[in-house]
Design a protein around this ligand. Sequence first.
Ligand code: FAD
Length: 474
Amino acid sequence: MSDQFDVIVIGAGPAGYHAAIRAAQLGLKTACVDNFIGKDGKLALGGTCLNVGCIPSKALLDSSKQFHLLTHSFKDHGISATNPAIDVATMVGRKDKIVKQFTGGVALLFKGNKVTTYGGYATLQPNHVVSVKGFDNKVIELTAPNIVLAAGSTSIELPFAKFDNKLIVDNAGALDLDAVPKRLGVIGAGVIGLELGSVWRRLGAEVTILEALPDFLGTADKDIAKVAAREFAKQGLDIKLGAKVSKAEIKDKTVELTYTDAKGEQKTVVDKLLVAVGRRAATSGLLAEGTGVQLDERGRIVVDEHCHTGAEGIWAVGDCVRGPMLAHKGFEEGIAVAELIAGKPGHINYDTIPWVIYTEPEIAWVGKTEAELKAAGIPYKTGSFPFAAVGRAVAMNETAGQVKVIAHAQTDRILGVHMVGPGVSELISEAVVAMEFHGSAEDLARIVHAHPTLSEAVHEAALSVDKRSIHKIN
Ligand code: FAD
């Protein structure tokens, strides 16, 4: 006999747990299956994001930022400390406590919303059956007319640099180092490489990031990427572009990397290596024969704009489908699918998904870059404003960066907003709201912004689109 539900969700990461909670809120009898084992050896809900992604990385970014401020900036405020030191075990322990608080929080939310939780590995079988192999290896079957696949993603491993979780680590390993490495190598200058590279750099590691592509942060607006590259170089992050790594050999408890750049073959030796070359959909083993669900050439589940797979009652959301691998994109897909299952008009606006990189300075954007607009032949105008001219940023001693607003040349509609600087992970929300309401640069320019706040940079950049910024010469 199989357990019967209205909805079964496979995966309790951001996409899956949002789908499950929203389905239960809408009165559907819901089950969620997950197989992530936490550090305490027990089922830990919340997926990559809560266990080894967004939240633990932000915990370490914050700890390392405090240390960096203490060792580099506090003196400007007249604050001194003798022999500042970092206790890595305490820092990592704090991170683990935060993870436990949030994974436990999802378990409580499931209980409170009457979502039935199953621990184990789920496989979608034909005819709306999900088989679950529990941690005791016993297999049970669940059925439901609607099944949501939210299996997420896993780190891509390079064939010549296999993870041993001692010297060569993935994101999970880089969040759990037991000491600051003298030399940390990072393959990949994407979001994960930059964030985790920053953590260990701020604590004193010599960090070398090797990136195969010739451009730094190719998906960001060029002006923003330029400022970020300059600031990271000042912090001592050694980012080598156009550097293709071909070998990672373990020698005397170090890793010797061989890479090729414009000057030919090079070698460098590091004490730890983080491989952060991207993530792939976790779909291997998820689908039995005959489910009717298709995978694309990158192993992602094929879905339409409503996250439906084309197989009746089978949906897929989050990192295991097309689109940016971002937790909040998964949140909204999960909610939209639960609403569609309940007969409501679930919807996601993929054009206004914000991107954030939590380095120092932070980087955030929404909408199109100048390069994208140029390529599409869309006429545009831009306005920008530096944080160096914002009173609050100067008072905070965090003046690097700028806000740039791009608007349509004729209609003034906001097409993209790009930021690098202090607190831009929060400031970007204003731009998202403005774009969601089809706002113009003039709308932003006419909104009253509190003084003195960092948000004045957004206001002034919007004014600057029409060359009427007050605090700079236009
Ligand atoms: P996941 O979070 O990967 O969850 C999938 C869950 O399903 C997992 O628990 C997995 O064990 C389980 N599962 C998979 N297959 C099965 C199966 N067959 N049976 C049972 N269970 C299964 N995004 C942001 O938006 N902001 C950030 O700041 C950010 N920082 C990040 C930092 C790092 C270091 C990393 C690695 C990622 C970061 N991300 C960030 C990305 C974010 O974590 C992912 O986009 C998000 O977790 C994807 O959610 P998901 O629900 O699709 O999948």
